[in-house]
Design a protein around this ligand. Structure first.
Ligand code: 5GP
Length: 193
């Protein structure tokens, strides 16, 4: 997605250890026009896929997902990283090792929001080693739902997430694919959409 790649080139910052900082438009300050374009790209790609719900994980997956959900006219479910006292229903939970926080959290969704009739699109801001997406896939599978695909805003293709998810039999669609963050600069592969 050209507008996204241009934005990363312009405003993305390479941190050490393979981390790309995009806090001026995606993970902290949010660019709503870019989020709307991202939603349109996912909407265009998945319009014939029979998606019934989108699942993301708090926090940075929410902004792009809400626009994708609007485009596909389906509800968005936000998996929670910490259990709130208001989550008093039966929960689906899965452990997720966080790449940026380097700790394991339980992610959860109330069981009532996903059924075995759902065909789910999982969306997240980044794909690194695939642990967040894998946890979300596990949650959907616990409910008996099928996962149509994982949609990613920025994939770091030099890490193993895509391979892990494809080996689980899940399609990965990434709007920007980063080939390398070496020498403090971002190089790209062709994106999927
Ligand atoms: P994974 O679970 O695929 O290893 O990592 C994906 C999660 O880690 C995303 O939800 C995202 O929050 C975070 N993450 C991974 N790599 C990066 C990165 O380079 N930059 C930022 N800002 N977040 C990242």
């Amino acid at each position: 997605m050209e507008a996204l790649v241009n934005k990363i080139k312009q405003d993305g910052r390479v941190l050490n250890q393979g981390v790309l900082k995009v806090d001026s438009f995606l993970t902290h300050q949010v660019d709503p026009l870019l989020m709307a374009q991202i939603g349109e790209s996912f909407g265009e790609f998945f319009k014939e896929a029979g998606i019934t719900k989108i699942v993301t994980v708090e926090t940075s997956g929410i902004a792009p997902s809400i626009f994708a959900a609007k485009e596909l006219d389906v509800p968005l479910i936000v998996a929670r990283k910490s259990k709130s006292v208001t989550m008093d229903e039966e929960l689906l939970t899965a452990p997720v090792y966080s790449f940026t926080k380097q700790e394991t959290n339980q992610v959860s969704i109330s069981k009532k929001f996903i059924t075995d009739e759902d065909h789910i699109l999982i969306i997240d801001d980044f794909l690194a080693n695939g642990q967040a997406a894998k946890g979300l896939i596990e949650l959907c599978e616990q409910a008996g739902a099928t996962v149509a695909a994982v949609g990613i805003v920025i994939e770091k293709s030099f890490q193993e997430g895509r391979q892990l998810l494809e080996e689980m039999g899940v399609q990965v669609v990434s709007l920007a694919r980063v080939a390398s963050l070496e020498d403090n600069s971002v190089t790209f592969l062709e994106g999927d959409a």
